[in-house]
Design a protein around this ligand. Structure first.
Ligand code: AN0
Ligand code: CP
Length: 320
C-alpha cells in the first residue's frame, strides 16, 4: 500500500480486520519492520487522538517519529502556485514538501477542509500535493474530505461489539455551534458501505453528503425512523456539503437541538451502542447520560485508533 486516503486503499476489509485483531493481541509483533525508518507527522490543524495514537503506532513498529505543527514554529506555507508571495507566507509547499520528504520514509498529513472553495477541498488539493511531490508513502490523518484512520478504528470497534452478524448502523447528524468538515461522515459512509452492515444515514434536509461517499446507502430524513432497530448510533456534526445548494457549502444551516442524541433517542433503538470520533461537545451532539452510559463506546473507539494506525503504517512500511 503506497497511499492511504480511502477504503479502497486497504483492500479486503476482512483481511484488514484480521490484521487489526492480530496487532491488538500483540501490538509489538512487527517492531523490527520500522527499524531505521522515520515517520513524519504534519499537522495543519489541532489534534489529540491522531497525534498520540499515530505516534504510538509508529513506535509499535520500531519507527522514529517527527511531529511538525506547521502553524507553530514552521514558516507559514503558501499552497497556491502562481501567487506573488508578498504577504505573511515565507515558504511555498512546493519546496517544503520535497525538503520534508528528505528526512523521512513515510508521511502523515492532517489538513482539514478550508471551506473557501468546494472544488479545492473535494479534489484534496493539499493532500494530493504531498502524494505527488514527496515521492514517499503518504497517509491521511484527516484531510479535506476523509478521515480513513478514524473510519477504520470505527469498523474495528463495531466488529468487536456487534451482537449479530449484520448489525444496523446509523450515522446521524447532530447540532454544533461551528462549521465542521465532512471528512468524518464521508469516511464513515465510505467504510460502512463496504462492511457487512445495514447502513442508514439521517440528517436534516440540506445536509446531503457527497454521492461519492453515500453511494447506495439509505438516507432517511426522519431521525426517529432511522433509529428504529439500530444496533449502533454514530453521531457527528458536519457543515453543509453543498451538494443540493452549492452556495451553501461550509455553512451551518441548522442548530436544531431536537437532533441531539439523548436517552429518548436511544430508547428508539435496539439498545444501541453509541459511537463518536471525539472531540465531542456534550449536550450539543450527545447528552451526558448517553455518553456516560455503559453502551457508550467512545473510549474503546479512540483506543482502536492505535490499532488502525499500526495496521496502516505496517502496510506502508511493507511497500518500501
Ligand atoms: C474535527 C472534525 O469535525 O472534522 C475533527 C474530528 C476528528 N472536529 C473539530 O474540529 C471539532
Ligand atoms: N478523532 C480524532 O481524529 O481526534 P483528534 O482530532 O483529536 O485527532
Amino acid at each position: 500500500m503506497r497511499t492511504f486516503t480511502n477504503v479502497k486503499d486497504i483492500g479486503d476489509l476482512k483481511v484488514a480486520l484480521a490484521e487489526a485483531q492480530e496487532i491488538k493481541k500483540d501490538r509489538y509483533k512487527y517492531e523490527s519492520l520500522g527499524r531505521h525508518k522515520t515517520c513524519l507527522l504534519i499537522f495543519f490543524n489541532n489534534s489529540l487522538r491522531t497525534r498520540l495514537s499515530t505516534q504510538k503506532a509508529a513506535r509499535n513498529l520500531g519507527m522514529d517519529v517527527i511531529v511538525l505543527d506547521v502553524n507553530q514554529g514552521a514558516w507559514k506555507l503558501e499552497t497556491e502556485r502562481g501567487v506573488v508571495m508578498d504577504g505573511d507566507k515565507s515558504e511555498h509547499l512546493l519546496e517544503a514538501i520535497p525538503v520534508m520528504a528528505n528526512y523521512c520514509d513515510v508521511i502523515g498529513v492532517r489538513s482539514f477542509a478550508r471551506f473557501e472553495n468546494r472544488e479545492d477541498d473535494y479534489t484534496e488539493k493539499i493532500l494530493n500535493q504531498f502524494i505527488k511531490y514527496s515521492g514517499k508513502p503518504v497517509f491521511s490523518m484527516e484531510a479535506a474530505t476523509g478521515h480513513p484512520l478514524q473510519a477504520f478504528a470505527d469498523l474495528i470497534t463495531i466488529e468487536e461489539y456487534k451482537r449479530k452478524d449484520h448489525p444496523k448502523v446509523v450515522l446521524t447528524w447532530a447540532p454544533h455551534p461551528k462549521a465542521l468538515p465532512q471528512a468524518v461522515p464521508n469516511s464513515f459512509a465510505d467504510w460502512m458501505n463496504e462492511a457487512d452492515v445495514e447502513f442508514v444515514i439521517t440528517h436534516p434536509h440540506g445536509y446531503e453528503l457527497d454521492p461519492k461517499f453515500v453511494r447506495g446507502a439509505k438516507v432517511e430524513y426522519d431521525q426517529k425512523k432511522a433509529f428504529e432497530g439500530a444496533d449502533f448510533i454514530y453521531a457527528k456534526n458536519w457543515a453543509c456539503p453543498g451538494v443540493t445548494v452549492p452556495e451553501d457549502y461550509g455553512k451551518v444551516l441548522s442548530k436544531d437541538m431536537s437532533w441531539t442524541v439523548d436517552t429518548e433517542h436511544m430508547s428508539w433503538t435496539n439498545d444501541a451502542f453509541f459511537l463518536h470520533c471525539l472531540p465531542v461537545r456534550r449536550n450539543m451532539i450527545v447528552t451526558d447520560d448517553v455518553i456516560e452510559a455503559p453502551t457508550s463506546l467512545v473510549i474503546p473507539e479512540a483506543a482502536n485508533r492505535e490499532i488502525s494506525a499500526t495496521v496502516v503504517l505496517k502496510r506502508l512500511l511493507e511497500s518500501l
